[in-house]
Design a protein around this ligand. Structure first.
Ligand SMILES: Nc1ncnc2c1ncn2[C@@H]1O[C@H](COP(=O)(O)OP(=O)(O)OP(=O)(O)O)[C@@H](O)[C@H]1O
Ligand SMILES: [Mg+2]
Length: 327
């Protein structure tokens, strides 16, 4: 970060406890949804939060959006405190909680946008211009249909339009592609991608492919805590996952090749299978850090094997996710 630059979002030691009473006289049951999390989102980037059901993603999003108060800790949006400066924060944010709620179902999309625009101070000529611009940007061809007649994909785009009406610099999206078909989900991803870097985006998702595609940095949440945060590569390192090396070699059966490779290389895993024509496909993981292509090639050649092809397979986010949060 350059000196003097403020993070778009700064979360420090955020805790949230929910209390509920099952019956009138029953003792209060408390649940710590957030146990004291720290997160930073740099301006102009896309930040993803992933984690299993109940990990605390929506709770974090709601606190950021000023819809829920923190129990303790601090949350700042562009340097403004979400509790003390809630109004200022709301002006800086576009929030998409998604789903079927959040619109007047009997009104058209356009009527809804007019109404919600007026709530955030966008009216008259500006509202007209904004709706026209968003129609183009988000392909809102269905604005004159009642919301109740809109599909999930249409509603989701309408949610995004509503969030963008007042041109907020920061967007918060809770599961933007939930329930969308593969085409609509891809369109939603393309839309979100087109918003960066003019907007900073924080999104939650269960789609790890989506997180990997869209996000510069990702936080993996687990039981109300941040298990790890960073780029996908940094997460893989934190999860202690190594790159794998895949090679096709010539010079022995899979079992023989495995034994010989094990005798010269320190590997945590090795798989060997018949690749046809007397060749063997090897996939191995080195115990030490680094990708190990050169070391591996040298070792295989020294064993008298002919190396036909060799490449590095970086860990994917799914493997990282499983390593960090468990099955
Ligand atoms: N209003 C509430 N009252 C009581 N407990 C709540 C409330 N809202 C959330 N919780 C609890 O807080 C924890 C975190 O919930 P949250 O909705 O933030 O999870 P999430 O990561 O968004 O999950 P999901 O992937 O299912 O959307 C859960 O244990 C949940 O039951
Ligand atoms: Mg949620």
């Amino acid at each position: 970060m350059r000196p003097g630059e403020t993070d778009a979002i700064e979360i420090h030691q955020l805790r949230r406890v929910f209390e509920r009473r099952v019956g009138w006289r029953a003792p209060r049951v408390t649940r710590e949804a957030l146990t004291g999390i720290d997160l930073r989102v740099r301006a102009g980037t896309t930040f993803g939060i992933v984690g299993r059901n109940g990990a605390g993603k929506t709770t974090t999003v709601k606190i950021l959006s000023t819809l829920l108060l923190p129990t303790s800790g601090s949350v700042r949006v562009a340097g403004h405190d979400v509790v003390r400066e809630a109004k200022r924060v709301r002006a800086l944010l576009g929030v998409v909680l998604g789903g079927d709620r959040g619109f007047y179902q009997r009104l058209t999309g356009r009527e809804n946008l007019r109404f919600f625009g007026s709530l955030v101070g966008v009216s008259g000529r500006r509202l007209h211009d904004r709706v026209a611009a968003l129609t183009e940007q988000l392909d809102l061809t269905f604005l004159d249909e009642r919301v109740e007649a809109c599909s999930r994909g249409m509603k989701q785009r309408l949610h995004l339009a509503r969030a963008l009406l007042h041109e907020p610099p920061i967007l918060i999206l809770d599961e933007p592609s939930l329930g969308l078909d593969p085409v609509a989900a891809a369109q939603m991803r393309a839309l979100v991608h087109s918003l960066v870097p003019r907007h900073t985006v924080l999104l939650t998702t269960h789609d790890l492919f989506e997180a990997e595609r869209l996000c510069d940095e990702i936080a993996v949440m687990r039981r109300g805590a941040v298990a790890a945060a960073g780029t996908p590569e940094e997460l893989a390192v934190q999860a202690d996952l190594r790159h794998r090396v895949s090679a096709v070699v010539d010079g022995g059966s899979p079992a023989e090749v495995t034994d010989r490779v094990r005798s010269v290389l320190d590997v945590t895993s090795i798989e060997a299978s018949d690749a046809g024509d007397g060749r063997v496909r090897l996939t191995l993981t080195h115990r030490g850090a680094g990708t190990g292509v050169q070391d591996t090639t040298a070792a295989l050649v020294a064993l008298g094997l002919r190396v036909e092809e060799i490449r590095v397979i970086p860990p994917d986010l799914e493997a990282t996710f499983f390593a960090l949060v468990g099955a």
